[in-house]
Design a protein around this ligand. Structure first.
Ligand code: FAD
Length: 482
């Protein structure tokens, strides 16, 4: 049966290809209104870097929709309430959206569904964000997976819930009369801080086309060696698809199917790289399982004993970490990469997170918040689950006693110091032997490299072995108390 007019409510699914809600609306309606509501409230309201991305993503999506003869209707405020207003204005008989999995999103969608039912309007929801819904893969005992390896096995066995991604619709079935719309500019999403986000333009191409290109470039150049290179921040060995996935400019199903297809066309060359890459896509899925089943994951440790942890709350130290002024070059390089580009390599994310939580004894929630504000790929599931993973308080987490040593990690994964020199240029003249531990260099070596520790580059803000021991003692107390 076709409805006269329906509304598609876009959220973190800013794409026209493989968008199940949009496809369903188009096949069931004569006219489709495409809506996006900018809501700056709630625990997962976009941070600064996310706002930059959103601005460009909406602008590109808007242009793509206009090319197809329709228009993206933009509103601001509470999503559900704005949707209800638009239903009233347009007389829509049905509404379509792709599901959210965070607590606030779920509650808002439930509330909206009831309000729609009361108005006799049909709500239709879909899975547009995941290979499998977070409740669909079950353990033998009927529960959800709390350990990644069996989850990954089950996901491979089951395969994606939808067999193949859909193409962008040829016609968007525009309404006879477009409802009023705000402009992207009116959301005021671009940063006002001077110099910040300047480099984002050179680093990223938000939008669906940028996402497709990032995938193709990765499949062409890097996927074969991904298994090894993914750990090297000095090499462009990863896909950099994370912000595109976080904003839903590409679906994991598109990535899954296209990657397998490329492997087959390539005569299975680079099979190991493909396998490891898809397992990382599965880590994203696993994070969504955790977000769904532990709705307070952003604030509360999954392992409750960790709420008794005796954290230090040194604001000055936190500031040094945020600004990349710790005196440990790999930590500083990571934090500056994050600030300058809105992204940080995964290996370095683990190092800086371990440093904050374990060496500085700062609550992981502080790191989660800073990342949320500064990452272009800030994702409700991956960010929270990853912070809990490093803290040791998460499901299938790194054990607390595994404390990353930033110096040995850097020597292993940035052997020539290329990454560090890029983001910490003030120490670039130091010989490679000391690049990850400038404080060990003899005075004459530092002088020759124009480095004055404590002046041109900070002295280490803490001692690694003392703070390591302090962290292990604090952890023992949590264990005893639990
Ligand atoms: P690739 O290596 O090319 O991987 C492909 C995709 O797989 C990624 O785009 C991502 O969607 C997914 N993926 C890879 N690793 C992970 C992982 N460990 N957990 C979940 N998904 C993964 N990722 C985010 O997308 N958003 C976040 O907010 C985020 N916060 C993080 C915070 C911390 C403390 C840590 C340690 C990791 C975090 N990650 C986050 C995971 C990971 O660092 C990024 O997904 C990855 O660096 C993105 O780069 P890429 O797209 O080149 O990844």
């Amino acid at each position: 049966m076709t409805n006269d007019l329906s509304i598609v409510w876009l959220r973190r699914d800013l794409r026209l290809t493989d968008n199940p809600a949009l496809d369903a609306a188009i096949s069931a309606s004569k006219q489709v209104v495409i809506l996006y509501v900018y809501d700056d409230h709630g625990p997962f309201a976009h941070g600064g870097a996310g706002q930059w991305w959103l601005h460009h993503s909406l602008a590109r999506l808007s242009a793509d929709i206009e090319k197809r003869g329709s228009k993206l209707i933009l509103r601001a405020g509470n999503g559900g309430e704005e949707l209800m207003k638009l239903v009233e204005e347009t007389g829509a008989r049905s509404v379509y959206w792709n599901r959210r999995y965070d607590k606030q999103g779920i509650e808002e969608d439930k509330k909206t569904k009831s309000a729609l039912m009361e108005s006799d309007v049909k709500a239709n929801s879909f899975n547009g964000a995941l290979l499998c819904e977070p409740w669909s893969l079950k353990t033998k005992t009927g529960g959800f997976y709390k350990v990644f390896t069996p989850f990954w096995r089950a996901l491979q066995e089951a395969g994606p819930e939808r067999p193949a991604p859909s193409k962008a619709p040829k016609k968007l079935m525009p309404p006879k009369r477009f409802p009023e719309s705000l402009s992207v500019e009116s959301f005021d999403l671009l940063p006002t801080r001077p110099n910040w986000a300047e480099a984002f333009d050179d680093e990223w191409t938000p939008g669906e086309k940028g996402a497709a290109k990032a995938l193709e470039t990765f499949l062409e150049n890097a996927v074969g060696d991904y298994g090894e290179d993914r750990n090297r921040p000095d090499i462009e060995g990863t896909s950099r698809l994370s912000p595109h996935l976080a904003f839903g400019e590409i679906s994991p199903l598109q990535i899954w199917v296209r990657t397998k297809d490329a492997l087959e066309k390539n005569g299975n060359k680079g099979e190991n790289g493909v396998h490891v890459f898809l397992s990382e896509i599965a880590w994203r899925e696993f994070a969504y399982v955790l977000l769904y089943h532990y709705p307070d994951i952003q604030t509360d440790p999954i392992k409750p004993a960790y709420s008794k942890f005796n954290w230090q709350n040194d604001r000055q130290a936190l500031r040094r970490w945020q600004r990349g002024q710790t005196g440990y070059p790999i930590v500083d390089a990571g934090m500056r990469q994050l600030w300058q580009t809105g992204w940080m390599h995964n290996r370095v994310r683990m190092i800086v997170a371990s440093f904050l939580i374990k060496n500085m004894l700062t609550p992981w929630q502080e790191g989660e918040r800073w990342f949320w504000d500064t990452l272009v790929d800030a994702d409700p599931a991956s960010n929270t689950a990853s912070w809990q993973w490093v803290a040791g308080s998460g499901a299938d987490a790194a054990p607390y006693f595994r404390i990353f040593n930033p110096v040995t990690q850097a020597q292993k994964f940035d052997p020539d110091g290329k990454y560090v020199c890029k983001y910490v240029p003030e120490i670039a003249e130091i010989p490679r032997k000391y690049i990850h531990c400038p404080y060990d260099a003899p005075e004459a070596v530092l002088k020759a490299a124009n480095v004055r520790l404590g002046e041109t580059y900070p002295l280490p803000m803490l001692d690694l072995s003392t703070t390591r021991k302090r962290a292990l003692d604090a952890y023992e107390r949590v264990k005893e108390a639990s």
